[in-house]
Design a protein around this ligand. Structure first.
Ligand SMILES: NC(=O)c1ccc[n+]([C@@H]2O[C@H](COP(=O)([O-])OP(=O)(O)OC[C@H]3O[C@@H](n4cnc5c(N)ncnc54)[C@H](O)[C@@H]3O)[C@@H](O)[C@H]2O)c1
Length: 249
């Protein structure tokens, strides 16, 4: 599947990430269908994509999008509780909760239902792509596609390739990422290590900051100050953990 062939996108799971991912696709011209488990969850996701803190209405208010562009984007969006409605999608992005067994069963269901040449992309935060892809027959068209939160705002996407991922699939996803207005980085799957690139380095940094604190080397505030003023970080490592708990990471 080359990038120009991707016209319609399915998103499995319309939560925090799936909603932001779908919002990005519709804003960039892709007709997108989101599957979630019930109508209440769907209503919540729809509201957050349009009226939420990072929703399309905010883009209109900030002058990043016209009201007509927003309306056209919303017209490209649909929801379903029936997974079979994703059968004709050219790309399916999976953003169900980070549970390995759940992801595997979702992918094997999708593999049975969705057209054979569609690309499958998982937004897992760190499970090995070479493990998840065992749930599908199309292992060459299966790729990691790791967004950051809030998905509509953050500019980087990690594109993770397993040994089975074809060069064509990887190239398609890298170019698609650029067409979404994001910057891709290419990541080689590293089974046994959780977190790909950014989260692995982030977790290591936070762990070291915690050790420095536990050893009594410096106070929490001074550790944060050291990294803000010493390395121009926007927030110190221990502030970032507090921020992540509040849901902005
Ligand atoms: N939240 C973050 O900051 C973040 C960042 C990057 C990646 N991720 C990854 O994204 C994925 C989703 O995380 P989230 O925070 O959006 O979770 P979430 O709980 O907000 O959303 C998951 C959604 O999936 C739905 N769901 C569950 N089973 C389903 C099924 N069988 N079919 C369709 N929908 C189903 C749930 O109802 C829910 O709406 C996880 O793998 C997570 O690790 C999260």
């Amino acid at each position: 599947m080359n990038v120009d062939s991707i016209k319609s996108v399915g998103v499995m799971g319309g939560g925090v990430m799936g909603g932001g991912i779908a919002q990005t696709f519709i804003a960039r011209g892709y007709s997108t269908i989101v599957r979630d488990l019930n109508d209440d969850l769907i209503a919540k996701t729809r509201a957050s994509m349009v009226e939420g803190r990072f929703g399309l209405n905010g883009s209109v208010e900030r002058g990043k999008m016209s009201a007509e562009e927003r309306d056209a984007a919303v017209a490209r969006l649909s929801f379903t509780t029936d997974v079979g409605d994703l059968r004709d999608c050219d790309l399916v992005v999976e953003a169900v909760p980070e549970n390995l067994d759940l992801k595997k069963s979702v992918w094997s269901e999708l593999d049975r239902l969705v057209k054979q040449d569609a690309i499958f992309a998982t937004n897992t935060s760190g499970f090995a792509i070479g493990d998840l892809n065992k749930s599908v027959a199309r292992r060459d068209r299966f790729v990691g596609f790791h967004w950051f939160s809030p998905a509509f705002i953050m500019k980087i996407i990690e594109v993770i390739h397993a040994p089975e991922t074809s060069r064509e699939t990887l190239d398609t996803m890298l170019e698609l990422t650029r067409r979404l207005g994001k910057t891709p980085i290419t990541v080689k799957d590293a089974p046994g290590k959780y977190g790909f690139v950014a989260n692995r380095i982030y977790f290591a940094m936070v762990a070291e900051a915690r050790r420095v604190l536990e050893e009594g080397v410096a106070s929490e505030e001074d550790i944060n100050t050291a990294m803000r003023l010493g390395f121009n970080w926007p927030a110190g490592p221990l502030e970032m953990v507090a921020g992540a708990r509040k849901g902005w990471q």
